[in-house]
Design a protein around this ligand. Structure first.
Ligand code: TRP
Length: 377
């Protein structure tokens, strides 16, 4: 049997959208179904979400169940995968506390995610001594500053070997690897070095918003959620950004930077043409026609809408089923937490033993001390 331990998670700051689906969720369901692992964990990183949502804890609290429903709708199966909530595993705090001794302040400041936040807050602009700049700098929560350490604990408490995640998570995994090496070199081989598993192709790395902007974000209103109604999705697809130079159907069009084609790159399969758009055999043929002129945006959008509905319809149906029994979802999560805790507790007992802070089971220590004091009698 495979010795792989797969682990990954999401911050519960909103419903999951099709960007999450192509970037990670689709892959997770495939991994789950391939079954090539000893254990697979998917978790909701509520404690991490709080590190930059401290003024909005209710948002995090409400979205735990939304993300769980999206997981189930997308096809994650609690029979095969342990689904759990980060904050319910106190061992993660304990491990983070020990890890804090293994990372320097300077190293955290070099972590790109932390560094960017610090740039935004004016840490790197020491000349700005205004009261506002000073407040902003002081306002950076220690928890945000140290969350790469807590993320290393998330990963290593389960001895994860494989972390499916986007390229944006690379620095976090690198940080985790460094911590594991440091820990093992000080205390002996105890923890496992994780490896990031990046999405297969560049389209899947990041889906742009429907407005063509680089990132899907709730505040820009440019996401298509997995739980989007067909009506709302229709509206979003038909208002998608295409090619501003493609005014008449006969005009030559551009496919690069055209959100409809980026989405088609991410979602469309050759079979979809036979089903929904038999004028073409494959996406390359369709693109060629668009670039030559003579293919209108509406036709492209109708095609994309059909493809998206074929993917989202089964998710909508599954979500509707799961929504009927919310207490059962919390119950499933509670069981997942218990299961995850068992693994984390096992690792922590190994960690304490390696660090020699397992005083009450350390008979050598008790004997040594007792001999030392009996000699002095
Ligand atoms: N940082 C990840 C994100 O923002 C969420 C996360 C927390 C995570 N802990 C993790 C991902 C451990 C993978 C492994 O999406």
């Amino acid at each position: 049997m495979s010795e792989k331990v797969i682990l990954t998670g999401d911050r519960p700051t909103g419903r999951l959208h099709i960007g999450h689906y192509v970037g990670s969720l689709r892959r997770r369901v495939e991994l789950q179904n391939a079954g090539d692992f000893r254990k697979m964990f998917v978790f909701i990183a509520d404690a991490q979400a709080l590190t930059d949502n401290i003024d909005n804890p209710e948002k995090v609290r409400q979205n735990v169940i939304e993300v769980a429903l999206d997981y189930l709708a997308a096809g994650l199966d609690p029979q095969k995968v342990t689904l759990f909530i980060q904050s319910q595993i106190p061992e993660l705090c304990e491990l983070s506390f020990y890890f804090m001794d293994m990372v320097s302040v300077a190293r955290l400041q070099r972590n790109p995610t932390v560094k960017n936040e610090m740039i935004l807050r004016g840490f790197h602009n020491a000349t700005d001594e205004s009261a506002e700049a000073d407040d902003n700098r002081r306002g950076l929560p220690v928890g945000f500053f140290t969350y790469p350490i807590s993320q290393a604990a998330d990963i290593t408490a389960f001895k994860a070997t494989t972390v499916p995640a986007g390229a944006d998570q690379k620095p976090m995994i690198e940080q985790a690897v460094e911590i594991v090496r440091r820990f093992n070199s000080i205390y002996g081989e105890t923890l496992v070095e994780p490896q990031i598993m990046l999405p297969e192709n560049s389209v899947c790395m990041r889906l742009p918003g429907t407005d063509g902007k680089a990132k899907m974000s709730k505040s820009l209103g440019n996401c298509i959620y997995l739980s989007e109604t067909p009506e709302e999705m229709h509206r979003k697809v038909f208002s998608m950004y295409t090619d501003p130079l493609h005014l008449n159907v006969s005009d030559p069009g551009h496919v690069e930077g055209n959100a409809v084609f980026t989405y088609l790159d991410a979602f469309c399969k050759d079979e979809d043409f036979a089903l929904y758009l038999p004028d073409y055999a494959c996406l390359d043929e369709m693109k060629e026609h668009y670039m030559r002129g003579g293919l209108g945006d509406v036709k492209c959008k109708k095609f994309l809408e059909k493809i998206l509905n074929a993917i989202l319809d089964p998710m909508r149906a599954r979500r509707a089923e799961y929504e009927k029994d919310i207490p059962a979802i919390y119950d499933m999560l509670r069981k997942g937490c218990e299961d995850a805790r068992e693994t984390a507790a096992q690792t922590l007992s190994e960690v304490r033993r390696a660090m020699k802070i397992n005083y009450f089971e350390d008979m050598d220590l008790i004997r040594e001390q007792s001999e030392k004091y009996s000699k002095s009698l």
